[in-house]
Design a binder for this molecule. Structure first.
Ligand code: HDE
Length: 758
């Protein structure tokens, strides 16, 4: 048994931990240096010289794999053991005093198994509980050492491993992906100078200006405390009561009611650092900076009717999309852009750059692309990585610093604090997913679940007994905070208050609404109407409309009518009657349509509807072309399984009309062949399929007799007027190309009517 245990250790990396490949323990008297967590400085340098034209990371390049490798467990070919490494002979029956006798207390195998199970859950995140994550890398375009000393930006082509978690905010861990909500966009850079966490959202502003109000905001949006409803939704009284009394939230409300709150996928949403940060170069000179992530696939969203239906049919819609895209090699990609500006410029802006309810319009400070991020590896284990990852706004590296944004200040405290209880003590930084690649040396000691084994008797600084180590790195290497600017004497008094410009609650709400396309404006109005119609207290609805009058009179009027208000409420008094003249009154960059993406159909999902007797030949052609272009094609029939086409070809339907409804796809193809079409027409699910695809603005490619299905579903056929409705009578060349172009383009919002006609 001993020989067997030695050849198959439970923790397969144990020998390496002791620095020996083939022994379980160091030899007598040996002192073995533990392997460094750093993938050797040279790995990164070596990679920097490589050609990185493709979007695939060079093998072994993702240095975070190295950290995680130490603890990976692969049980293939291994026998079961207890947590102490003892082989288990029987994992099915507890130990009894005779076959029908009582179970014995000494059964440590049973007790260990049940005890561990009893403690499998940890508290969920108080916000952003539901999320999905992936590994990847950030690649710098050009050295930015003139403006920042931050490690990822020190050389053209430099690669830094990242772990990124996307999330909803309000819903619990098991809630749905397609709720109307803000999305978290948290990036952990494992830099060679330590971890830098850029913990952002998919919207560039926030509801409140001061961290003091955060617990109130979250209490208001979470399920109401008396009955625990509604789950993952802001459409209820307490949320709207709070925001209606908090006019600074008006700008964010515009974003939250926009299509941004229901992204098509994580791959198609922007990310923002939200606060103003500082970049600092090696000479200690600093500029201000805002961070933007722009998706290569463009910004695309769902429509509300679709989001609601998806949440029932596939609550994991975004999680699945991210996972499947990465498994298929269609790696999600974003470009990192900076808005860089000086302190003097900041002072001249009409708004305050410390106010997280304000954007800096791109027309005022243009975006500077500085690198790209590619997500190319799914986690091995959801709990160990996605659940245990801890992002902290306080994790910065030399070259990055904070501004005085009061919201950011509260966050710098909150993240570590919440993680202390969520992850059970002060050593969560040692969890493999959180451990930096840079080495850690300090005198922090002990606490729950300590992993590192610090050597020697010195745990204080200064010391002489440890040769003065670990020693202070000094200003040339270590993190140095940017000296705060001297302020006017009268401002130096302690005060609970805000600068005057913070009180302009409406100028940028107007800017956002006015900069949207008509379809996007209609969606915002419909979202306000939907949410407010769930509010039961009329005074709350009226206060929201009264506040919105200060942002958009037309929106407020429309809502008053559509919410059945007897009259338009008086506008809420403004905190600041004469706000400063804005630099920009229209910002086209704020429309989702401004970033349609590269037009590729990669990872778009297309349903080809089939039934016994369809003409397969043209469908096969379409399937091949779509698949070659990277789209995902599924045959959807009344039932899954085998069926025969008109030509006699055996087809295997992978999905049924019932188990994968139309709203889960990006487009559909309707077949020719009368028998097949008749079979589909006899099933009302087909009508829902066709109607939803049309109503949600998605492309349809329709062959011959398939047009009968359009007619049966009540879909208008106006040839030439709708480029996303492609009807092919006989194999017209170009039809598939037109369909694919529509598939890579934004939705056809021209089809929408309010209320819907189809
Ligand atoms: Fe967070 N936020 N937040 N937040 N936040 C958390 O930290 C907090 C804010 C964001 O995938 C918590 O580990 C305060 C803005 C993301 O693990 C907590 C304030 C932005 C995530 C916390 C804010 C964010 C969190 C809960 C107001 C965009 C998920 C669990 C001052 C810039 C990270 C945790 C992940 C998570 C506090 C406002 C983004 C409680 C006090 C603004 C993406 O610490």
């Amino acid at each position: 048994t001993q020989a067997l245990a030695a050849s198959i250790p439970f923790n397969t990396t144990k020998p390496q931990e002791h620095g020996l490949q083939n022994a379980l323990a160091p030899g007598e008297g040996d002192t073995v240096v533990a392997p460094s967590r750093l993938p050797s400085g040279s790995t990164l340098t070596e990679i920097n010289g490589n050609d990185k034209a493709g979007s695939v990371a060079v093998e072994g390049l993702n240095a975070s794999i190295d950290t995680l490798d130490r603890v990976r467990v692969d049980s293939a070919g291994r026998p079961l053991t207890t947590n102490q490494g003892t082989l288990i002979s029987d994992n099915q029956n507890s130990l009894k005093d005779g076959l029908r006798g009582p179970v014995l207390l000494e059964d440590f195998v049973l007790r260990e198994k049940i005890t561990h199970f009893d403690h499998e859950r940890i508290p969920e995140r108080i916000v952003h509980a539901r999320g999905s994550a992936a590994h990847g890398f950030f690649e710098c375009y050009d050295a930015l050492s003139d403006i920042t000393a931050a490690a990822p930006f020190q050389a053209a082509g430099k690669v830094t491993p990242v772990f990124v978690r996307f999330s909803t905010v309000a819903g619990e861990r098991g809630s749905k992906d397609t709720a109307r909500d803000v999305r978290g966009f948290a990036v952990k850079f494992y830099t060679d100078q330590g971890n830098w966490d850029l913990v952002g959202n998919n919207m560039p502003v926030f509801f409140i200006q001061d961290a003091m109000k955060f617990p109130d905001l979250i209490h208001a949006v979470k399920p109401e405390p008396h009955h625990g409803m509604p789950q993952a939704a802001s459409a209820h009284d307490t949320f709207w009561d709070f925001v209606s009394l908090m006019p600074e939230s008006t700008h964010m409300l515009m974003w939250q009611m926009s299509d941004r709150a229901i992204p098509r996928s994580y791959r198609t949403m922007q990310g923002f650092g939200v606060h103003t940060f500082r970049l600092v170069n090696a000479a200690g000179e600093s500029v201000f900076c805002k961070f933007h992530w722009n998706p290569t696939a463009g910004t695309h969203s769902l429509v509300w009717d679709e989001a609601v239906k998806i949440s029932g049919a596939d609550p994991d819609f975004h999680r699945r999309d991210l996972w499947e895209a990465i498994e298929a090699g269609a790696y999600p990609e974003w470009e990192l852009c900076l808005q860089v500006f000086t302190e003097d410029e900041a002072e001249r802006f009409s708004f305050d750059i410390l106010d997280a309810t304000k954007i800096i319009p791109e027309e005022l400070v243009p975006l500077r692309p500085v690198g790209r991020m590619v997500l190319n590896r799914n986690p091995d284990n959801f709990f160990a990585e996605t659940e245990q990852v801890a992002f902290c706004t306080s994790n910065v590296v030399p070259g990055i610093d904070f501004s005085n944004d009061p919201l950011l200040a509260g966050r710098i405290h909150s993240y570590v604090d919440t993680q202390l209880s969520r992850l059970g003590g002060p050593n969560f930084h040692e969890l493999p997913i959180n451990a930096p690649l840079a080495q850690v040396h300090n005198n922090q000691r002990d606490g729950m679940h300590r992993q590192a084994i610090p050597r020697g008797r010195v745990a204080y600084e200064p010391n002489s007994l440890g040769g003065g180590c670990p020693f202070q790195a000094g200003a040339a290497h270590g993190f140095v905070s940017v000296p705060a600017r001297l302020r006017a004497r009268e401002e130096q008094a302690k005060v609970r208050g805000k600068p005057e410009a913070f009180a302009d609650h409406y100028t940028q709400a107007t800017l956002f609404y006015d900069s949207q396309s008509p379809a996007e404006q209609a969606h915002i109005a419909a979202a306000f109407r939907f949410e407010l119609s769930k509010v039961t207290v009329p005074a709350v609805r009226e206060r929201v409309v009264a506040s919105l009058r200060n942002a958009s009179e037309s929106l407020a009027r429309q809502l008053a009518t559509e919410l059945g208000m007897p009259s338009l409420p008086d506008a809420l008094p403004k905190a600041l009657e004469q706000p400063a003249e804005p630099e920009v009154r229209l910002s086209p960059a704020l429309s989702l349509l401004a970033r349609p993406g590269d037009g590729a159909v990669t990872a778009r999902k297309v349903a080809v509807l089939v039934a016994a007797g369809v003409n397969w030949a043209p469908l096969a052609g379409v399937r091949d072309r779509l698949t070659q272009a990277g789209a995902v094609v599924r045959l959807v029939a009344p039932f899954i399984g085998l069926l025969r086409s008109a030509e006699g070809t055996e087809l295997d339907a992978e999905a049924s009309l019932e188990n994968e409804p139309g709203f889960l796809f990006d487009a559909i193809v309707l077949p020719d062949g009368q028998d097949g079409v008749d079979a589909l027409a006899a099933n009302a699910h087909t009508m829902d399929f066709v109607r939803d695809t049309y109503r949600h603005g998605k492309p349809l490619l329709v062959f011959g007799a398939g047009t009968g299905l359009l007619a049966a579903a009540g879909v208008p056929q106006q040839p030439g007027q709708d480029p996303a409705l492609v009807i092919v009578q006989d194999d017209a060349p170009g039809a598939v190309a037109a369909f694919m172009q529509a598939l890579g383009a934004p939705r056809r919002f021209e089809r929408e009517t309010d209320p819907p006609q189809v």
